[in-house]
Design a protein around this ligand. Structure first.
Ligand SMILES: CC(C)(COP(=O)(O)OP(=O)(O)OC[C@H]1O[C@@H](n2cnc3c(N)ncnc32)[C@H](O)[C@@H]1OP(=O)(O)O)[C@@H](O)C(=O)NCCC(=O)NCCS
Length: 158
């Protein structure tokens, strides 16, 4: 029997990257654009894992760069679904930097992205529902619905 829903755990993706000189600015810190690209990929993987469909990014909420990530550090991106609509999905991506000499790990960013599942013609297609399980997932889901309403209101104004 086919599934009726998936849990956030089933959508989890962890991606690691090593910051190399080509990824950095003149201060040897990771370029913001490179990090945004990795966040987008990690989010798209989680959305694809949930929907088993081709997905496109439709929104990325504001992104703060709280700590520089240095050349030679490992970047860990953890993505999981927080909310689903009919064809759209919200994914939370948490970013950590690990200094491989000291072993120190800090969270550097957190971002919410929205993806839409598409058919082969590029039109939105319905997806499985997400069923939050833990207290934190239920809270994330409720807040995800609110964030989605805010995004659509902003889109309508633009
Ligand atoms: C994805 C795309 C085909 C959707 O087309 P559309 O006309 O917006 O389709 P719809 O209005 O039916 O919206 C589809 C879903 O996306 C949601 N959505 C659309 N814009 C959104 C936004 N800015 N924020 C949040 N959700 C959004 C809708 O609410 C709807 O969700 P639901 O089905 O869960 O209710 C179209 O927006 C597109 O091609 N965008 C460009 C995608 C892209 O090139 N991304 C970068 C490269 S991957």
């Amino acid at each position: 029997m086919s599934k009726e829903y998936k849990t956030p755990d089933e959508t989890k993706v962890e991606m690691t990257e090593l910051v190399l000189p080509n990824d950095t600015n003149l201060l040897n810190n990771l370029l913001g654009g490179r990090l945004m690209h990795w966040i987008d990929i990690a989010g798209a993987l989680a959305a694809s894992r949930h929907s088993n469909k081709i997905v496109a990014t439709v929104a990325l909420d504001s992104l703060d760069f709280r700590h520089p990530i240095r050349c030679g550090e490992m970047v860990i991106l953890k993505a999981k679904l927080t909310w689903t609509g009919r064809t759209s999905m919200e994914v939370k991506v948490s970013v950590f930097a690990e200094n491989l000499q000291s072993g120190n790990i800090i969270q550097t960013n957190e971002a919410y992205l929205t993806f839409v599942a598409l058919n082969k013609e590029g039109n939105p297609i319905p997806i499985l529902a997400l069923k939050p399980v833990t207290e934190e997932e239920i809270k994330d889901y409720e807040e995800g619905k609110r964030r989605r309403d805010e995004r659509l209101a902003k889109k309508a104004v633009i």
